[in-house]
Design a protein around this ligand. Structure first.
Ligand code: CMC
Length: 429
């Protein structure tokens, strides 16, 4: 190690100098512990609400360069994968670390098909929800409930069981997502059709009525496949962190993925695509866009689908989604909300408020419009996000449980409350 690989700090409280090793552009937070005022001192801690500047893992899954707008899965640019790969191929890549060979993909696809059905009791469980239950809540609960159906759910250290959990999670997610949608409509649940591709089967479970065989328009099938690929992973985001944190206690993978769904549910994360549609409907007409933008600048509301913690330039996924939207609109006709979205984007990209804060459209800005054109209600948008993200969550969970450096997540706090108060009986308070 050379002198350049150290951070030299002087603690002004004691005048003492410390050399903290730097590797991969990071220092280890625990190295700060040696910076102490006294023997009893716990040592210096970094304060980082929202984990803005804290790396929680060494990962080989997804590479992101927010300044340059680059996204790669296992080293492959997202643009190439979106142009040529299938979702199951990408899921395999994320989970196993390499693109599958032809026989590997055939056997992986067959394995996934074999696990698409859920236990009838899961169906009955879902039937217990109110007719208007949010499908994301239904998905969250039913994925969590899956752990109760497998006695080996907690065998997170048995390689054979792990392979089964991985396949079950990828395979059953579309079934659960589609059941939730059919439940909201009061329509009978459609069982999986394993003759169809992963995406076509999902469309069949969503939309099939009395026809013997459901065959989706190939342009719709491909557009949805592209959306799934774009949503498959995004390194250490809020929901993936939730999966890793819950997994760090050695909870079963179904509970971990349920935690990911819970985190994704929020409007600042996966719920943003739903929030974008609500925003566009509220704006109502292209003539109201300037007033809406003024409201955003005055802090009245946020421009949903804009901004990102990491991307400080155009989100590459948003660019690809815009192309997929064109394909879907060609089949289904254009949404009147598209004009409002295009006008919002145009005005925001020219406005000093958004430019100076580096706020660009993110993955959620256009995805909702596609889902709406497919005939899905807003509530289903985050459900589709969760379905696609499952491969990423599973890959990250696997990486985490195999990483000898990982320990149970247990952050610290800066305590700012009272100390040593004296308890008073109720009558004298
Ligand atoms: N509209 C208006 N102003 C915004 C927006 C927005 N969408 N996003 C950020 N800002 C402003 C914010 O007010 C702040 O301004 P100031 O410096 O004057 O206080 C500045 O930009 C920095 O914002 P921040 O909230 O500190 O940034 P963050 O990194 O904590 O938040 C974000 C990232 C994605 C939560 C935020 O940009 C946001 O709320 N966007 C809208 C919700 C959204 O589209 N979420 C989807 C994210 S992409 C998919 C996913 O991750 O699930």
């Amino acid at each position: 190690m050379t002198e350049q690989d150290f951070l030299t700090v002087t603690d002004s409280r004691t005048g003492q100098d410390y050399k903290i090793p730097i590797s991969d552009g990071t220092i280890r937070s625990t190295d700060l512990r040696k910076i102490r005022v006294s023997e009893k001192d716990h040592g210096l801690t970094s304060y980082d609400p929202g984990l803005f500047n804290t790396a929680v893992a060494r990962s080989q899954i997804t590479y992101l360069d927010g300044e340059a707008g680059v996204l790669e899965y296992r080293g492959y640019p997202i643009e190439q994968l979106a142009a040529s790969a299938s979702y199951l191929e990408v899921a395999y890549l994320l989970i196993y670390g390499h693109l599958p060979s032809e026989p590997e993909l055939a056997s992986w696809s067959e394995d996934i098909s074999m696990h698409t059905f859920v236990h009838e009791n899961i169906k009955n469980f879902m039937q217990g929800f109110r007719y208007d239950a949010h499908p994301m809540g239904m998905l969250l609960a039913s994925v969590g409930a899956l752990s109760t159906f497998y006695s080996d759910a907690n065998s997170w250290d048995d390689p054979e069981s792990i392979q089964l959990h991985v396949r079950r999670l990828i395979a059953k997610m579309p079934t659960l997502a589609a059941f939730a949608h059919r439940h909201n409509l009061g329509q009978p649940y459609v069982y999986p059709d394993n003759e169809l591709s992963y995406t076509a089967n999902f469309l069949s479970m969503l939309f099939k009525m009395s026809e013997r065989h459901y065959t989706p328009d190939p342009r719709i099938e491909r557009a949805l496949e592209v959306l799934f690929i774009l949503h498959a992973d995004h390194e250490q985001n809020c929901s993936t962190t939730a999966v890793r944190v819950v997994g760090s206690s050695h909870a079963d993978p179904y509970s971990c993925v349920a935690a990911g769904i819970a985190a994704l549910y929020g409007p600042l994360h996966g719920g943003a695509n739903e929030a974008v549609l609500k925003m566009l409907v509220k704006i109502g007409d292209i003539s109201n866009v300037p007033d809406f933008i003024d409201g955003v600048k005055n802090g009245k509301q946020r421009l949903m689908g804009f901004g990102h913690r990491i991307y400080k330039s155009y989100d590459p996924r948003a660019r690809l989604i815009k192309q997929a939207a064109d394909d879907v609109f060609e089949v289904k006709g254009t949404s009147p909300l598209l004009r409002i979205a295009l006008e919002l984007e145009k005005r925001a990209l020219e406005d000093e408020y958004f430019v100076s804060r580096k706020l660009y459209p993110n993955v959620d800005f256009y995805s909702g419009l596609i889902y709406q054109a497919l005939g899905l209600p807003q509530e289903m948008f985050p459900v589709l996000f969760a379905m696609a993200r499952t491969s990423g969550w599973v890959a990250q969970w696997l990486e985490m449980i195999r990483d000898p450096e990982q320990k149970i997540a247990r952050p610290l706090q800066v305590y700012t409350g009272d100390r040593g108060l004296e308890y008073k009986p109720l009558s004298s308070r």
